[in-house]
Design a protein around this ligand. Structure first.
Ligand code: ARG
Length: 285
């Protein structure tokens, strides 16, 4: 008698429509150092940054996303990392209040855009870097702290949106924003599917890891090598997952689980310590 081994069947994934905000890196450079990736003494190539960003922009348009653009401002080289510009859910835009003075003017600039585009803007009382540290997973908000967003911003987030906020402690300075250590794969799961994430275990302290293991037993565990190219800093519509093209093992794992990984090269923007997700702010009406 021969035994045939069952081939695991990857679940059917469904893409859902996204509306996002991006900022062309016309003034991108690395002129200060606020994270370990940044080396102001090394040259950057702004036109290459724009070219690589345009591939990401085009990728989103091809996926049918509605991509809104905010005008870049000279002298704000990190403004390309739109994820830090705020957090938008239920038509409410919770403004950002940046940790470092170099980025502080970005907060009001993004709030002006939200106001002009019909969002109910909440001026922040506490230090927070928007969707860099706040991730919507199912009905819960995962919130990072340790390097940028302050813990009192987690309370503010919870009282604005009336949802559960799960605070997580980041411990590795290279993964200073939550969106560098966690990728949301199924943000608003369809009936029958569960919200899922991918993450880098070593980016978190033990209590936070225990929370992640308990809430997401089926999470994709990403290795150090893929995390080191900011592979986790990716953006999913529930089926298509736009990731760093160099994150090969992550790509393989996504495919095995029925997602459609799409690799893009943002090597120039990596010099500022950001990747795909950093350049992407989701707008949820
Ligand atoms: N240079 C920027 C900073 O350190 C990079 C921000 C990356 N953004 C993100 N959402 N992880 O603030």
């Amino acid at each position: 008698m021969t035994m045939t081994e069952a081939t695991p069947v990857a679940p059917q994934r469904r893409a859902s429509h996204r509306t996002i905000l991006m900022c062309r890196p016309d003034y991108f450079t690395v002129s200060y150092r606020i994270n370990p990736w940044m080396h102001p003494e090394d040259p950057t190539d702004t036109s290459l940054a724009v070219k690589q960003w345009e591939v990401l922009y085009k990728t989103y348009l091809d996926l049918g996303f509605d991509v809104q653009l905010i005008d870049p401002i000279e002298g704000l080289p990190d403004m390309v990392y739109a994820a830090n510009g705020g957090f938008v859910l239920d038509n409410i835009a919770y403004g950002a209040s940046f940790t470092y003075p170099e980025r502080q003017p970005e907060g009001p600039a993004y709030m002006d855009w939200f106001r002009a585009n019909g969002y109910d803007v909440r001026v922040p009382e506490n230090v927070n870097e928007g969707e860099g540290d706040f991730l919507l997973v199912g009905d819960a908000l995962l919130a990072g702290q340790g390097f940028r967003s302050a813990s009192n911003s987690h309370q503010e987030l919870g009282s604005i949106y009336g949802r559960e906020v799960v605070s997580l402690n980041l411990i590795n300075p290279s993964f200073y924003h939550l969106d560098t250590a966690i990728a949301v794969l199924d943000p608003s799961p369809e009936a029958g599917q569960t919200a899922n994430i991918a993450y880098l275990p070593s980016a978190f302290d033990e209590p936070s890891l225990a929370i992640l293991r308990e809430r997401y037993p089926d999470a994709v565990i990403v290795n150090e090598e893929d995390a080191a190219v900011l592979g986790l800093n990716s953006y999913s519509d529930g089926y298509n997952v736009v990731i760093a093209s160099r994150a090969k093992d992550f790509e393989r794992q996504l495919r095995a689980r029925g997602y459609n990984p799409i690799g893009v090269d943002l090597s120039e923007l990596l010099l500022g310590g950001g990747g795909v997700k950093c350049c992407t702010l989701e707008l949820r009406r």
